[in-house]
Design a protein around this ligand. Sequence first.
Ligand SMILES: C[S@@+](CC[C@H](N)C(=O)[O-])C[C@H]1O[C@@H](n2cnc3c(N)ncnc32)[C@H](O)[C@@H]1O
Length: 286
Amino acid sequence: MTDATPEFRDPDDLRRRAGVRGDPDRDQHFLVDDRVLDRLAGYLPDDADRSHLLEIGGGTGALTDRLLAAGDRVTVVERDRDLAAFLREEFSEAVDAGTLDVVTGDALDVELPEFTASVSNLPYGVSSEVAFRLLPLGRPLVLMFQAEFADRMVAEPGSSEYGRLSVSAQHYADVEIVERIPPEAFDPQPRVESAVVRCVPRDPDYAVDDEAFFLRFVKALFTQRRKTVRNAIRNTAHISGIEDPDAVVAATDGDVLSRRPGALAPASFAALARVAWSASEVGPGQ
Ligand SMILES: C[S@@+](CC[C@H](N)C(=O)[O-])C[C@H]1O[C@@H](n2cnc3c(N)ncnc32)[C@H](O)[C@@H]1O
């Protein structure tokens, strides 16, 4: 019986050929642990469409190599011009075959392709912005974050990590930490632990009138996380855009008003936001 495991390029060889050490100031922490690299694409849900995978931050291509085996086609976005040129050369066969597209540019600015799923070891300096660029697109995502950020994404109401990030991420997807990764898996090593988060898109189990308003309202209330919901609604009307916060307070159950924002489940925020929407500057009657 032959060993069916594909042979991938060695991460150290890739870095040597690319002639780079990785610059932490440019969010360059390359994954060098083969076992971690081998597992990442496998965290996509079984039924994920793998016809076009997106990788944000290709680096020297250790993950790109795996993604080319896991999907039919891959698009990599890499901001570093030299690394992008290296990826095109290193994977020239895939580029020529039309299975790899290397986009040079900032993941926050470039036009993204019609990808079907993403697996990325994100540049940590922009991981939040990238995540919230990808989450609304409704595709399965496997993303590496700093562990502290990942903990906040998946946090439940009542925990100290629960906040705006948890409600906003969980608005778009079921989010789950599938693996914690120690600094030793990277070179250069980041100062903190990392974690891989799987995001499986789904509609939330509540309705909102206006998504942008809902997210702004949640952000506003969490700026006052130590206050009661009653005071947080009143104190943050300038952020949420509510013209008549007292009307929102008057229309809301006393039990909800006396709790802290960090104790409210996403569905409770949504119910509050529906009341607040009709009292907002941009709401239905305005
Ligand atoms: C954490 S490294 C991951 C590299 C590679 N995928 C790996 O796992 O070894 C992040 C990569 O993103 C690139 N990068 C940093 N900021 C970026 C941005 N705003 N847009 C696109 N790529 C970026 C860096 O140059 C670096 O190659």
